[in-house]
Design a protein around this ligand. Structure first.
Ligand code: NAP
Ligand code: GDD
Length: 412
């Protein structure tokens, strides 16, 4: 199914949301493949290009391959102008108000950017006659919301549970509508949660790994979290942008689920992250009174709780038996974890006996998505895509990066 592009003049890609986590990894990938990359950025009062600073080229240089251009998904005229100037071969629409909890606070704004942003681009493509341009829409596993099936696949009905998810549902359907109405190459990648050291600081994984680094360094007392029981299918963002690119290289435009096929609780992520810093957490109490307590800080971490749900390609569900979970593996084998973070914990104040994690209901959502678990079989078969970074490696990569930043005196 993979399409062989004819050798031809330099390919051009436009990325909305290039300053975000995924935008930065995708820009790296495309530049590495020889693309000319244009990134749409919105004006802000402080410079917010830190994730792509290492890719930045002075526009006065020769052979500039990354260019930034001002625009906003809320402003159709800016989108029109950009498409007229760039006339890209591929458009990756990653721009969004992407925080689920925040979408309850700013529902109308979220809809403007996250829902209508997509149709503004599609309509501009149509009006300008960009028939050969291919369009990728960043759809989300949040569409499955109150999951009607486990694991979730391309055919699973949607049940959005937030203004963010409702906006993404609109963008999903309008993308499909333009494909079917006008024959455009427009596809949805239904991506499950993907993370990495560049993840925004208020998403739960990064919030945890930054706190672990700060606590290990003796700079923070405690971490407050919301729903510890929520389960997510977490992968590495670097792997997921590869899937986006592959989706635009196929002969026929089709939508895909991109996931790891494993799910873990927030509690599990937290336990493994602290273990990487040499701090063993034990959990006591229930619901809002639950606490994570340091039972040792030896530089050799073990995790007390583990367990995973893994989706078989056949849709089977293995539950609660600790299969193939990194955290569970450590728990069972008492594996030693040694890392830079552990060394910091050894040098810092021993947190043994201290309450390090508490539940704060302010982080609960009016409507929660309890369980996400994707079935990436179709992507494996048709795109030849599969994730390279596993759950444990992901947690360790993120903790190590934040610890390194803390060690270098930077705010992680
Ligand atoms: P992110 O880090 O929050 O980045 C969002 C990007 O959108 C930023 O570059 C942001 O610019 C830009 N943006 C926000 N409002 C905009 C506007 N009005 N006009 C133009 N650009 C705007 O998100 P991400 O994690 O990289 O995710 C990328 C996309 O995938 C998003 O659409 C997200 O909803 C979707 N998605 C993400 C995941 C995941 O787990 N990461 C999973 C499924 C789908 P500023 O830097 O100026 O804020
Ligand atoms: N953010 C946050 N902060 N989440 C917490 C906290 C906390 O303190 N405590 C528990 N959680 C739980 C949330 O309730 C949710 O169930 C889970 O952790 C994951 O939350 P986030 O990391 O904020 O991500 P998300 O799953 O809501 O949304 C992300 O993934 C979607 C794909 O499924 C975002 O990247 C979306 O843009 C993306 O579409």
């Amino acid at each position: 199914m993979t399409y062989q592009w004819p050798a031809r003049i330099q390919r051009k890609a436009l990325i909305t949301g290039i300053t975000g986590q995924d935008g930065s990894y995708l820009a790296e990938l495309l530049l590495g493949k020889g693309y000319d990359v244009w990134g749409m950025v919105r004006r802000s009062s402080t410079i917010n290009t830190s994730r792509i600073d290492h890719l930045y080229q002075d526009p006065h240089d020769e052979d500039v391959r990354l260019r930034l251009i001002f625009g906003d998904l809320n402003d159709a005229s800016s989108i029109n102008k950009i498409l007229k100037v760039v006339r890209p071969d591929e458009i990756y629409n990653l721009g969004a108000q992407s925080h689920v909890k925040v979408s309850f606070d700013v529902p109308e704004y979220t809809s403007e950017v996250t829902a209508l942003g997509a149709v503004r681009i599609l309509e501009a493509m149509r009006e300008l006659g960009l028939e050969r341009t291919r369009f990728y829409q960043a759809s989300s596993s949040e569409l499955f919301g109150k999951a009607q099936e486990v694991p979730q696949r391309e055919t699973t009905p949607f049940y959005p549970r937030s203004p963010y998810a409702a906006a993404k549902a609109y963008a999903f359907h309008i993308t499909r509508t333009y494909r079917e109405s006008y024959g455009m190459f427009a596809v949805n990648g239904i991506l499950f949660n993907h993370e990495g050291p560049r993840r925004g600081e208020t998403f739960v994984t990064r919030k945890i790994t930054r706190a672990v680094a700060a606590i290990a360094a003796g700079r923070q007392e405690r971490l407050f979290l919301g729903n510890l029981d929520a389960r997510r299918d977490w992968g590495f963002a670097g792997d997921y942008v590869e899937a986006m690119w592959r989706m635009l290289q196929t002969e026929v435009p089709v939508d895909f689920v991109i996931a790891t096929g494993e799910t873990h609780t927030v509690r599990e992520f937290c336990g493994l992250a602290f273990a990487r810093a040499g701090i063993t957490l034990a959990w006591r109490g229930k619901k809002t009174a639950e606490q994570g307590i340091a039972v040792s800080s030896s530089g050799q971490g073990t995790v007390e709780q583990g367990g995973t749900i893994a989706s078989g390609g056949d849709g089977s569900l293995e539950q609660g038996i600790g299969v193939s979970s990194a955290a569970a593996g450590i728990a069972k084998q008492g594996t030693t974890v040694h890392s830079a973070a552990a060394d910091i914990a050894e040098q810092g104040a021993d947190p043994s006996g201290r309450v390090l994690v508490e539940v704060d209901p302010r982080y609960f959502r009016p409507c929660e998505v309890e369980l996400l678990l994707g079935d990436p079989t179709k992507a494996k078969e048709k795109l030849g895509w599969q994730p390279r970074v596993g759950f444990r490696e992901l947690v360790e990569m993120m903790v190590d990066a934040d610890v390194a930043a803390a060690g270098a005196g930077k705010q992680p």
